[in-house]
Design a protein around this ligand. Structure first.
Ligand code: ADP
Length: 649
């Protein structure tokens, strides 16, 4: 089965089998038939190519779909960035709005005017210093300081610190210049004293309408940046000139969007706003498609969201790296491709299973058909053999029938032969009493004439005995000549032996043979037929006498015994010539005789053998221990209950 489906699996290894799975699928019809008698190697290669083609197609689809999927993820990132940006901007502008009115409120303190009017008042200055320190603390700003009209700091919250603002001149700062002119000063710069980036608000300190000085506050932006840090995205804020002054990434501080103009550069230098050596422009690549704004800074690409802070002229940017979105898109795509391939593979496997099952069924069907054909052929052969057997049985039956017929005829012939043998002896035996009867009759007549009645009666009595004897002889002969019935029934073996001895009496007496036989006291019942059994025994006695022709004092010994509980055996032993080995082998064959043509037919033992077999018994011949032959006839013992049947015979 396996070999039929995949004759080359072993040859080409597991790849070939894998290719086979694919090939049995949807493209099967295009390229050829599986399980056919094509060129398997080419087929397997073709299947491998198809597999590769399917995978390549899936990959090409994935590559084509990638930008769209990436865009979905980027837009999602952009939407999330929008929210973060809004929160950041609100925080930032909230702080600006909160701190903006503070300098104006502080400027209203009369003590400031007092100090500005009398800057060298050693009693007032410490007091103002301490007041400013407390104010800075309660407002949560890094510095609060008071400058005179020339921009010299006369009191500051940082008066205790090493880098104190006190004594420093900030007249160069735009916020000072704006405030001294009576406006609200606002500015972002890197602190020249502290080196910290800070946002400055400043207000004029008025004595009625006269401007005596400027009060300024500064708050650092580090806390905003700290809040922005830690996420995957970045936030940065640029000023009007495009300089990044706030960023979640410290290394971006003071980087610029585009190169600064010479005037701008000069202004920054003059105001000492930013460290000039750090004003390095970004390498920028910006692509906006629809709502998606892709910004590449120094080779790093982000999705950008931007909001302007109009009041201060700033731009706040939220930047989400595109790498995670790309990775997500790639993962999604890979997952889809994998799912596609797996589905395809599953489908192929199911198809393959189905195809294999169908092929298995087909093979089974063919095997069944073959089997049926074989069975039909065998049945035919069996029928023929059966018919031949029936014929043979019929023939055998007919042959048996013929044999039985022949046997019966032979038995008759045998009997006639025995009769012929006996007739010579009988004629002598009958002639002799007849002569005697004649003599006794003549004598009786003579005695009657002389009135010697007693002598006459004696002679008549002798005649009667003679006649009786002759009658007995003729009775036996009649029995012998009669065709026996085929029935097998219980008969008395000892009585039959007696009858046979009676029949043979004349011959036995003729050769002066002695019969050594003691009749059993009770009847010995065996299964047989009286006349046929008698014929067997007569034949055995006759053969014994023949064999002892050369013996001076012939002896025949007759015994009856039981070799088994249900068997009865008759043994007839003589002291004659015995049996040669060659003779012993064929003694029961028909027409086997060692006697001259006129003396024996060679049928006696053969017929006897068959008769005994018909009775369900057996016959055997052997040499007797004392010389001579011993013939045994073994018969089935009859049940005692059958005795009535015997009596009726
Ligand atoms: P027939 O008596 O006509 O020869 P049988 O079948 O009765 O035919 O006997 C066959 C042969 O068996 C005899 O010719 C004889 O050679 C041998 N035979 C039979 N009975 C005896 C015996 N008691 N002793 C020796 N040989 C015997």
């Amino acid at each position: 089965m396996q070999a039929l489906l995949w004759p080359n699996d072993e040859q080409f290894g597991p790849h070939a089998a894998f290719a086979g799975i694919w090939a049995s699928g949807p493209f099967q019809g295009i390229t050829g038939q599986r399980g056919g008698k094509g060129v398997p190697f080419q087929r397997v290669r073709l299947q491998a190519y198809k597999t590769l083609a399917v995978i390549a197609l899936a990959l090409a689809l994935a590559v084509a779909a990638f930008p769209s999927i990436e865009r979905i993820y980027l837009e999602r990132a952009s939407a999330a960035g929008e929210n973060t940006l809004r929160i950041a901007v609100e925080g930032l502008s909230g702080s600006l709005e909160r701190f903006q009115p503070m300098p104006g409120l502080i400027a209203e303190r009369p003590i400031l005017v007092d100090l500005l009017k009398d800057p060298d008042n050693e009693g007032l200055r410490p007091f103002v210093n301490e007041q400013l320190r407390l104010t800075a603390m309660s407002l949560g700003v890094s510095d609060v300081y008071l400058m005179d009209i020339g921009g010299n700091t006369i009191a500051a919250s940082s008066y205790r610190k090493e880098l104190s603002f006190v004594g420093r001149n900030f007249s160069f700062r735009p916020y000072f210049q704006q405030a001294i002119e009576g406006g609200l000063g606002r500015y972002f710069a890197l602190g020249t004293t502290s080196g910290e980036r800070g946002y400055f608000f400043a207000s004029p300190v008025l004595d009625n309408t006269r401007i005596l000085g400027v009060i300024a506050i500064k708050f650092t932006v580090d806390s905003f940046e700290e809040a922005w840090r830690g996420g995957a995205s970045e936030i940065l804020v640029t000023d009007l000139a495009g300089v990044v002054f706030m960023s979640s990434r410290p290394e971006w501080h003071f980087r610029t969007f585009g190169a600064l103009g010479s005037r701008e550069f000069a202004r920054i230098s003059r105001d000492r706003q930013y460290p000039l050596d750090r004003l390095i422009p970004f390498e920028i690549d910006r692509r906006t498609t629809g709502t998606l704004d892709r910004l590449t800074l120094d080779g790093e690409t982000f999705v950008a969201n931007e909001v302007p802070l109009a009041t201060v002229g700033w731009r706040v940017l939220h930047l989400t790296p595109t790498a995670p979105a790309r990775a997500q898109a790639l993962l999604t795509l890979l997952g889809a491709v994998l799912l596609m391939l797996l589905t395809l593979l599953g489908w192929q496997i199911v198809n393959e299973r189905r195809a294999r099952a169908a092929e298995r069924l087909e093979v089974q069907r063919q095997a069944n058909e073959r089997l049926e054909r074989q069975v039909a052929k065998r049945t035919e052969a069996l029928n023929t053999a059966n018919a031949r057997l029936t014929e043979e049985v019929e023939e055998r039956k007919a042959t048996e029938q013929r044999l039985r017929q022949t046997q019966r005829e032979l038995i008759q012939a045998g009997k006639l032969a025995a009769l012929g043998q006996m007739s010579a002896a009988l004629s002598h035996e009958i002639n002799q009493p007849l002569t005697a009867v004649k003599a006794y009759a003549d004598n009786a007549a003579t005695y009657l004439e002389r009135d010697r009645i007693a002598e006459a009666a004696d002679n008549v009595a002798r005649i009667s005995r003679m006649v009786d004897r002759m009658a007995t002889l003729s009775g036996h002969l009649r029995n012998f000549a009669r065709r026996p019935q085929d029935s097998v029934e219980p008969v008395d073996l000892s009585a039959i032996v007696g009858d046979a001895l009676d029949l043979m009496e004349v011959r036995i007496a003729g050769v002066k043979a002695r019969v050594d036989y003691t009749a059993p006291p009770a009847p010995v019942l065996v299964m047989g037929g009286r006349v046929r059994l008698q014929q067997v025994i007569v034949n055995l006695l006759s053969n014994a006498l023949d064999a002892m022709q050369a013996v001076e004092e012939p002896v025949i010994t007759i015994e009856i015994d039981h070799p088994a509980p249900d068997a009865t055996r008759l043994l007839v032993t003589d002291i004659g010539s015995g049996l040669d080995e060659a003779v012993q082998d064929q003694i029961f064959d028909p027409f086997f005789t060692t006697k001259g043509p006129k003396k024996g037919l060679g049928l006696g033992l053969s017929i006897s053998y068959n008769i005994v077999r018909d009775f369900g018994g057996s016959m055997a011949a052997a040499n007797a221990p004392g010389g001579g032959a011993v013939f045994s006839v073994t018969l089935r013992s009859a049940e005692t209950g059958d005795q009535t049947a015997v009596a009726a015979q």
